[in-house]
Design a protein around this ligand. Structure first.
Ligand SMILES: [Zn+2]
Ligand SMILES: [Zn+2]
Length: 234
């Protein structure tokens, strides 16, 4: 079953156009033992936000939401690995926010062996998703063109990036100077590289990249300096 998102305008024609910079604010919080980046995208006018990859329950993110008096409209997931979903159960119940993920990663939410938490002796799980996202879907948020979903399989089958125009949330697909791991069950390096080329490297140089771990970068820097992208696929 696939939930439909009401689209606001079309982002397709203006991929990477710096059109929502003024309307959305972004905050990064490195959370949990793997320093997974949780992002809060805020619409400062309406005092609403979208929570991306809540990586631990409560903590600094919860205090930030309280302090800024933000209503969480949605929880968006870049993929289903445990370090990106460890805070989902807590935030979705405390904030009554619906959880959205790509269908190919859906079972990672409730199967610890699929989200890899079982591998390290943890049992991280939550209820099934409230909605599913596909490539090209546009999530209405803020006063700009919304957030466009880019399906970028490779690290996981259901990995996605979120394109907000001036910036993109890259999950574990693209990092500063590196790319996501592809040695997990269901991963594929060839697919990951293809996803980065066709989904991310088509964006403009000035688009800021906020990865799932580590410091932000931008598309232009990665195009020039990322060693994984300098060799053309065979
Ligand atoms: Zn991951
Ligand atoms: Zn990760």
């Amino acid at each position: 079953m696939r939930a439909l998102l009401p689209a606001v305008g079309t982002v397709g024609a203006g991929r990477g156009v710096l059109n929502t910079a003024a309307s959305l604010e972004i905050r990064r919080f490195a959370c949990g033992p793997l320093e997974t980046n949780t992002y809060v995208l805020t619409d400062p006018v309406r005092k609403t936000c979208v929570l991306v990859d809540p990586a631990e329950p409560g903590g600094t993110v919860e205090r930030f939401l309280d302090r800024e008096k933000l209503t969480v409209e949605r929880i968006l997931l870049t993929h289903g690995h445990f370090d990106h979903i460890a805070g989902v159960a807590d935030f979705r119940s405390r904030r009554s926010a619906p959880v959205w993920i790509h269908p190919a990663d859906a079972e990672m939410l409730f199967r610890p062996e699929a989200n890899l938490s079982l591998w390290i002796g943890l049992d991280i799980r939550t209820e099934p998703a409230d909605g599913f996202l596909e490539d090209g879907d546009v999530i209405p948020f803020g006063s700009g063109d919304g957030i466009r979903v880019i399906h970028t399989p490779g690290h996981t089958a259901g990995g996605v990036c979120y394109d907000a125009g001036a910036f993109v949330l890259a999950g574990d697909t693209l990092f500063r100077g590196s790319i996501g791991r592809s040695d997990f069950p269901g991963s594929s390096e060839a697919l990951l590289l293809q996803s980065i080329r066709s989904g991310l490297m088509v964006l403009q140089d000035g688009v800021r990249v906020y990865p799932g771990h580590g410091e932000p970068t931008d598309i232009g820097f990665e195009r020039k300096h990322n060693p994984f992208l300098s060799v053309r696929p065979g």
